[in-house]
Ligand binder design. Structure first.
Ligand SMILES: C=CC1=C(C)c2cc3[nH]c(cc4nc(cc5[nH]c(cc1n2)c(C)c5CCC(=O)O)C(CCC(=O)O)=C4C)c(C)c3C=C
Ligand SMILES: [Fe+2]
Ligand SMILES: [Fe+2]
Length: 360
């Protein structure tokens, strides 16, 4: 039997590869219409201004981790692990390609690589479990534009979201259990421990406009808690980190939850819930900045659950998602046009479904 050649395109946000890249990376981010929702004629100017103002704090953050983001290497490693997990499949020959949204490798170069590989079909697999117009939606738009520019027209499936996938939830719960055991062993018995699920924040206006991200984050938390076994009932909260604009963002903020923990005299076990790789917002914001805040406020302990990276259970979940999407056959959820998860306020029935070939 001839195997179908499937190009799996892993979407992620991307990060600067050296200090000089920080400003152009931020400019790409803040001039994206999915991020900066102002009239088109204002966006290039305002986006550049915001990027310029953000450059100094961002440089300071990246300086803590060697002046660069580890996101590309970690995503490439996930791709290699996924290819290995799918290697025994009798029906497909899968190869992963990483397409970053705001720094290299960008969609246009990746689309050319995919075209050169001559796939029979393409699977777009965002490394964002929850759909947001600012992340998955924006990457899908960039991908389509890149394909249109070079005439790449191959049947394409997109997994729009996988917030409640069982394998993803159980792999995450296993990481939580491991970190919980270490935290408990380090704490005196009479110090309670609270599990803080910390997700990337979003301006409230974007959620009010129908973005399903926050709803899906809550679904992920519920799915992980179901898998936590005997620690499922432990005190927990969901909060949002990384606010970078003056608008109102969804809350409660992670800082506010740290203050509450100090007041309640409980230790914290922080679980990043919307990132599946380590990067500046886990390694700097969670591990350095918030740890320092917790320490200053007298929180009796501060621990962190590692991001999934290439954890075997997580990669098995990605392989299961990929197989499910490819095997599901019919197009159910066309992302052409709207660029939004089709069922805005509810669960997405199409999360594992085969999605439209934009070019068809
Ligand atoms: C309005 C600004 C931003 C929105 C909205 C936003 C949404 C969003 N982002 C992620 C995941 C990541 N963000 C990362 C970096 C990053 N994000 C913003 C701004 C917004 N993000 C900035 C300015 C930056 C750069 C870093 C900084 O200046 O602090 C990263 C990668 C970082 C790395 O080190 O590689 C990720 C990943 C999600 C999931 C999300 C909404 C759902
Ligand atoms: Fe979806
Ligand atoms: Fe972000």
């Amino acid at each position: 039997m001839t195997k179908r050649r499937v190009a799996i395109v892993l979407f992620n946000l991307g990060g600067p590869d050296r200090p000089e890249s920080v400003r152009p990376f931020l400019t790409n981010l803040f001039t994206d219409p999915a991020i900066l929702r102002v009239p088109g004629f204002v966006r290039p100017w305002l986006g550049r201004l915001i990027a310029w103002r953000r450059t100094k704090p961002a440089l300071e953050n990246y300086a803590f981790i060697g002046g660069r983001s580890p996101l590309l290497e970690l995503t490439q490693e996930q791709g290699r692990a996924l290819d290995a997990a799918l290697a025994g499949d009798p029906a497909i020959e899968a190869r992963s390609f990483v397409a970053m949204r705001y720094w290299h490798p960008l969609s246009d170069a990746v689309a050319r690589d995919v075209q050169a590989w001559k796939p029979d079909e393409v699977l777009l697999l965002p490394l964002y479990p929850q759909y947001s117009t600012t992340t998955t939606g924006s990457s899908a738009t960039a991908w389509d534009e890149a394909c249109a520019a070079i005439g790449l027209s191959v049947p394409t499936t997109m997994l729009c979201c996988w917030h409640s996938h069982g394998g993803f939830a159980s792999a995450t719960a296993a990481l939580v259990r491991g970190a919980y055991a270490q935290a408990r062993a380090a704490l005196p018995d009479d110090v309670p421990l609270r599990l803080l699920f910390s997700a990337h924040g979003l301006p409230e206006s974007i959620v009010k406009a129908g973005d399903p991200y926050q709803w899906q984050v809550e679904r992920t938390v519920a799915a992980v808690r179901r898998e936590l076994g005997d620690i499922a009932e432990m005190d927990h909260a969901v909060c949002y980190q990384s606010r970078v604009t003056p608008q109102v963002w969804i809350g409660p903020s992670t800082e506010a939850e740290i203050e509450r923990a100090a007041h309640d005299k409980v230790a914290l076990l922080v679980c990043p819930i919307a990132f599946v790789s380590e990067h500046s917002e886990t390694l700097v914001e969670l591990d350095i900045e918030y740890r320092e805040v917790a320490h200053k406020l007298g929180v009796p302990g501060y621990f962190r659950v590692p991001a999934q990276n290439s954890d075997a259970g997580f990669i098995a979940a990605l392989a299961d998602l990929a197989r499910g999407a490819l095997a599901s056959g019919r197009t159910l959820c066309s992302y052409a046009g709207a660029r939004q998860c089709p069922k805005q306020q509810g669960d997405c029935p199409h999360a594992r479904a085969r999605i439209a070939e934009a070019a068809a």
